[in-house]
Design a protein. Structure first.
Length: 158
């Protein structure tokens, strides 16, 4: 093969252990995980990086002036939310980095496989005449059929 971006495998036990670790992360985060529709998410007021300082300062000022705040205002709940937000955000950064690296590895492995498949297909096309591989070459050639996917997409359903 002319390309080998990743030459590593993990034993089956590692995959089992990884699956258990992912399940454990889901269990540990369960109290914080919420299902949200796109419409709900769009309607939420978001606290971005620029708003964080405002929110922290607002909480400090409101705690110092509780007599001016409505009775149902709960600064302790707001402080708990902010603390949990901070704790979760640092974990999200770590998980995002791992996920990005895993996606890069998945893409590199797929690229290695695709390059090897293309190289093998080219060899079969060039030297496989009359060697009992015509049906296999025809099967593999469907990947490169021009217009097949376009025609299928334009065909009326039913």
């Amino acid at each position: 093969m002319s390309q080998n971006l990743i030459s590593a495998t993990l034993p089956d036990g590692y995959w089992t252990e990884l699956d258990a670790a992912i399940a454990n992360v889901q269990v540990l985060l369960q109290p914080l995980l919420v299902a949200v529709t796109p419409a709900e998410k769009k309607a939420w007021v978001k606290m971005g990086d620029g708003s964080e300082a405002f929110c922290r300062k607002a909480l400090d000022v409101m705690e110092e002036n509780l007599a001016l705040m409505p009775r149902d205002f709960d600064p302790a709940e707001m402080r708990r939310d902010l603390g949990t937000h901070d704790a979760l955000a640092s974990r999200v950064v770590k998980l995002t980095r791992v996920l990005e690296q895993a996606r890069n590895a998945e893409m590199a492995l797929g690229s290695d496989v695709m390059v090897a498949a293309l190289e093998g297909y080219a060899v079969l096309k060039a030297v496989g005449k009359g060697d009992g591989v015509e049906a296999l070459k025809k099967l593999l050639s469907k990947r490169f059929a021009v217009g097949t996917r376009e025609a299928a997409a334009k065909a009326p359903a039913g």
